[in-house]
Design a protein around this ligand. Structure first.
Ligand code: HEC
Length: 281
């Protein structure tokens, strides 16, 4: 299985690439270390979920994604092996923790999902109307499989989104404004639910606070298997759901608001180890 290979690989990486200490740890071990350090009610809220992490169904989703990634598909009959996620064509290890970033070939800041779509269009010739691109959410979609495959190759590495290009900085700053801007019929902002003291709940859910880097790295660790949905979900799906809770209309996939919020939330988690794949309630 992919998981076993990935567990062995990062040990080599940790020695050669100066990766963070967690880069040789399984996702559940990274979580345990964060929880032991902080005793955070959010990080320790579900021993049951913790127990399921070694058998996270997202590993199977990633394995399907690996097959799709290498398969020649689309009108151009090409694989995605030449897709550049920021570290050069085909370089997947550590690419995800440096996203979102500016891509000169597109003239835009892109997150993992929008970059993947860009490659499926430019390399493979798919269009926005093709189901391969149109169907975004759920473990059975191509997008979710491919994203999970790419993302888990950054497990344990420190979030380190690029902030060199002025547009990267502008995107992150826009995300910060959006996070704190109250609007909508209930006058919510993201901060209403995500800046409370540790342990605040909405019904059964302990809310992560953006004020704790250790909590926040788990909060932004997507793709993750959501037990309640029985699906692997993405960062953009989480944005959609939180905006829905704020009584906003459904956000469009790959929109700048999505990317700005993800830029900001990743920047806040900077330096903390990514838990990939995570498993959530
Ligand atoms: C009305 C309260 C509320 C608001 C406002 C809200 N969220 Fe959330 N958010 C939640 C809840 C509840 C969860 C956890 C859901 C669960 O555990 O099932 C969550 C989960 C998250 C997570 C993932 C946490 C995890 O456990 O993996 C992130 C990241 C997040 N929200 C970001 C945001 C952003 C960005 C905004 C603003 C666009 C926002 N939230 C607005 C209630 C809210």
């Amino acid at each position: 299985m992919i998981k076993k290979a990935l567990c062995a690989l990062p040990i080599v990486l940790a020695m050669t690439a100066g990766a963070v200490a967690s880069a040789n740890q399984a996702p559940e071990d990274i979580l345990d270390a964060l929880a032991a350090k902080t005793k955070s009610p959010y990080l320790t809220q579900s021993p049951q979920n913790r127990m399921m992490m070694p058998d996270n169904p997202s590993y199977d989703v990633a394995e399907d994604g690996g097959k799709l990634f290498k398969q020649k598909r689309g009108p151009k009959n090409a694989s995605l092996e030449q897709c550049d996620f920021g570290k050069g064509p085909g370089v997947l290890k550590g690419a995800y923790v440096e996203l979102p970033r500016y891509f000169a070939d597109a003239g835009k800041v892109m997150d993992l999902e929008s970059r993947l779509v860009h490659c499926m269009k430019t390399l493979q010739g798919f269009t926005s109307d093709d189901p391969q691109i149109k169907r975004r959410h759920g473990s059975d979609t191509d997008i979710m499989k491919l994203m999970t495959y790419v993302a888990i190759q950054s497990n344990g590495m420190a979030w380190n989104p690029s902030m060199k290009h002025p547009q990267e900085k502008a995107m992150r700053d826009a995300g910060e404004v959006l996070f704190y801007r109250r609007s909508g019929s209930m006058d919510f902002n993201c901060a209403t639910c995500h800046t409370n003291d540790a342990g605040a709940r909405i019904r059964a859910s302990v809310l992560p606070t953006i004020k704790s880097k250790e909590e926040w790295t788990k909060a932004v660790s997507w793709p993750a298997h959501r037990v309640g949905h029985e699906h692997t979900r993405s960062s953009q799906h989480r944005v959609l759901e939180c905006l829905w809770q704020m009584r906003y209309p459904n956000i469009k996939p790959d929109s700048d608001v999505n990317i700005a919020l993800i830029s900001y939330w990743t920047d806040v988690a900077r330096g903390q180890p990514a838990i990939l794949p995570d498993l959530k309630r």
